[in-house]
Design a protein around this ligand. Structure first.
Ligand code: ZN
Ligand code: ZN
Length: 421
């Protein structure tokens, strides 16, 4: 983290870009409303960014910024020294408190930058129990976030462990500087007017979602090497992308960066074979060359070149883990894809490529889904699960067609790029 001391002109530019990222997080990411509280979570190593964000939040009129810092080394100690019987424990009290804050109008900001292989050497059984317990305890807060009851955003910070995983051959300070550069570029803060750049970007993503919503396709058909997949779309599905108007009326950008337009597939109408186009980094395991076959929405066969056992465990999480909760389209020319980097972080990697997600669907990707019961959502085809895991299926060799209600195929993407009419 010492790159700012190497030469004074770089120092200015790093500090300036960090400040712009903080401003984008508050003004574009949260769209913070004067008088709103902010609940922020951040890794210890991201304290510099957290402070920049805190300053911008107060300047934008925040009533109170509360930051919860997490320490990955402390998390590791649990797996090393915690008693075997205790891995089904989670901080339910904390998540209930967060849920209360969101219900009372607080905005949610998460800084992420986790070590992608933190838990790689730990007992997978303990890891999966701890994750399960955490997912369950987090539900009250997650439902409010996934349903956009309040405005929220996720931004990232280049932590040393993450940077070393992305750039293993560089010394730590060089790796951290390179990862920051990649984050700044992907987050559109290396331009003189980041706020304006985000407005333009949001407008172009929203033009796509308007087109797709007007088409209201019955299904998407993906074709490419090892892929021939028909993804039926949920009844009354809605495409989203770029900024979202939360239920509290605030317009926010939930992910910084974001390149995707996405919607809800029908949990029972996915058929065919699909092969992943980029490795999936899941809890420290790299799952490569995933190939699965769907029948009636459910994965009936699965294999992977590496990490197959971990993939198998994921699919056993619950009934909904074998079905899709999201399908997203991203052109192969997206800035993240062009960087050629594998970030080992979903926030970035999912925005490099068209993808699908196993597990939980987003209610906002169903028309009026926000006011529907679980049963009503399920009747439209929205999947339910404790997990939501995105994996990449797009590339420069993948074509996508939209299938109309009467069965006609219309070209949407060719060679990984949008077909423009
Ligand atoms: Zn996505
Ligand atoms: Zn997703």
């Amino acid at each position: 983290m010492n790159e700012q001391f190497r030469n004074p002109s770089e120092a200015a530019s790093h500090a300036e870009r960090l400040d712009r990222l903080a401003e984008v997080a508050v003004r574009v990411g949260l769209g913070l409303k004067p008088g709103q509280e902010v609940v922020m979570t951040a890794p210890l190593e991201a304290v510099a960014l957290a402070r920049r964000i805190t300053e911008h939040a107060y300047k934008a009129g925040a009533s109170l910024v509360t930051t919860l810092f997490s320490d990955e080394q402390a998390a590791l100690m649990r797996f090393r020294y915690g008693h075997e019987d205790t891995f089904d424990t989670a901080s339910a009290w904390l998540y209930e408190g967060m849920a209360t804050a969101f219900k009372n109008g607080a905005a949610r900001l998460a800084i992420v930058g986790e070590d992608p292989s933190l838990l790689a050497q730990q007992d997978p059984e303990k890891v999966s129990r701890a994750n399960r317990a955490r997912s369950k305890a987090y539900m009250p807060a997650l439902n409010l976030i996934a349903g956009f009851d309040t405005n929220w955003t996720i931004v990232s910070a280049a932590t040393p462990a993450w940077a070393k995983a992305v750039f293993p051959n560089d010394p730590e300070d060089v790796a951290v500087a390179k990862l920051w550069n990649a984050i700044f570029a992907a987050s559109r803060v290396d331009t003189p007017d980041p706020i304006g750049a985000w407005q333009e970007h949001n407008a172009s993503l929203q033009a796509r979602t308007r087109m797709l919503n007007a088409k209201s396709y019955a299904a998407l058909h993906f074709r490419g090497p090892g892929t021939d997949l028909r993804v039926g779309l949920a009844d009354g599905h809605e495409w989203n992308g770029g900024s979202t108007k939360a239920k509290n009326g605030v317009v926010c950008n939930a992910n910084i960066p974001t390149e995707e337009v996405f919607t809800t597939p029908h949990k029972d109408r996915v058929d065919g074979t699909v092969t992943s186009t980029k490795p999936l980094s899941y809890q420290g395991t790299l799952i490569q060359d995933i190939q699965v076959r769907f029948e009636g929405g459910k994965i009936v066969e699965s294999k992977a070149r590496t990490g197959e056992a971990v993939l198998g465990k994921v699919l056993e999480t619950d009934e909904g883990a074998r079905r899709l909760g999201e399908v997203a389209l991203v052109p192969n020319s997206s800035p993240i894809s062009r960087s050629g980097l594998l970030f080992l972080n979903t926030l970035f990697d999912e925005n490099a490529s068209s993808h699908i997600a196993l597990g939980q669907a987003y209610s906002k990707c169903i028309k009026d889904g926000g006011s529907m019961s679980e049963d009503e959502l399920a009747a439209r085809g929205a999947n339910r699960s404790l997990i939501h895991i995105d994996w990449m299926i797009g590339s420069g060799q993948v074509d996508v067609d939209g299938i109309t209600a009467d069965g006609r195929a219309e070209p949407l993407m060719r060679g990984g790029e949008w077909v423009t009419e």
